[in-house]
Every structure is written in C-alpha cells, then in structure tokens.
Write a protein that binds this ligand. Structure first.
Ligand code: GCU
Length: 138
C-alpha cells in the first residue's frame, strides 16, 4: 500500500529543534524534542478518504529509557502514551506504527511527549493510504 512521507523538519515544532548531529536521517534533518513533557511535532497530512490508516513514525532513542508520546488527530488523543523504546544509539533509527483515524482532506497529526525526557528524535512519518471502509456495491 502506498504511503506518503512527511519529514519532521518540515512540520510544526513546538519545544524542539531541527538537528543534523547524528547519522541516518532522511530529508534534511530530524527533530530533537526538548527534554520536557508537552514538547510536540505536528504534521499536516492529507487523506483522500475517511478511514483508519497506519502512521509509521521513524525515530531514534539513544537512551535506555522509553520516550512515550500521545498521538492526536485534530486535537483529540487517539493513541495515548505510545512507547518509543530505546534504539541502539542516536544513529540507529526504528519505526513505530500506530493506527490513526483520519477524515477526508487535511488533518493534523501531533506527537506530544508525555514524560520529562521529551520525545525521541523524530525523522519522519509515513501515512498509508486509507483503505476502503465499505465493501463495494454490486
Ligand atoms: C543527546 C542527543 C540528542 C537527543 C538528546 C535527548 O543530546 O545528541 O540528539 O535529542 O540527547 O536526550 O533527547
């Protein structure tokens, strides 16, 4: 299924900075969340139709501690405290996929740190195409 990538460095960043001080990111950098609860990155995405779709976060967490984040759509938390566990180091990226409900058209997907450590380093998200929610008529 086709997915559309959205780079974190092109998103709205609140309490974070765009950085390039580790390897392996895509695009022109990644977002380094400030180490505070409530720091967030918000992506504006578009969906051709309404439905639930897989959103894949590409991240790095070079600490030994989880960096959980609330995932919200248009201001409503749809997946609370999603785990972003340790990767081998800050140059090692992993993915985490969350099912997210989207409405047709433009929407805001926000990933907000829920602990004082802030979020992990975030490279990008990939938003899969919404699959048909209804069987075809016959
Ligand atoms: C280190 C690392 C950063 C990371 C930060 C953190 O400073 O170089 O990329 O964001 O730790 O703990 O969040």
């Amino acid at each position: 299924l086709a997915a559309t990538d959205y780079q974190a460095e092109d998103a709205t960043v609140v309490q974070g900075t765009v950085a390039t001080n580790h390897t392996g990111y895509t695009g022109t950098g990644f977002v380094d969340y400030t180490n505070v609860k409530g720091s967030y990155v918000e992506f504006t995405v578009s969906a051709a139709s309404a439905g639930t779709t897989a959103v894949t976060f590409r991240y790095a967490n070079g600490t030994a501690t989880d960096r959980p984040m609330d995932i919200s759509v248009n201001g409503t938390v749809v997946s609370p405290a999603v785990s972003f566990p340790a990767t081998a180091d800050w140059n090692t990226w992993a993915t985490k996929t969350v099912d997210v409900p989207l409405t047709a058209g433009s929407g805001k997907i926000r990933a907000t740190a829920t602990t004082a450590g802030g979020g992990p380093n975030l490279d990008r998200i990939g938003v899969a195409a919404v699959t048909d929610s209804q069987a075809p008529s016959r």
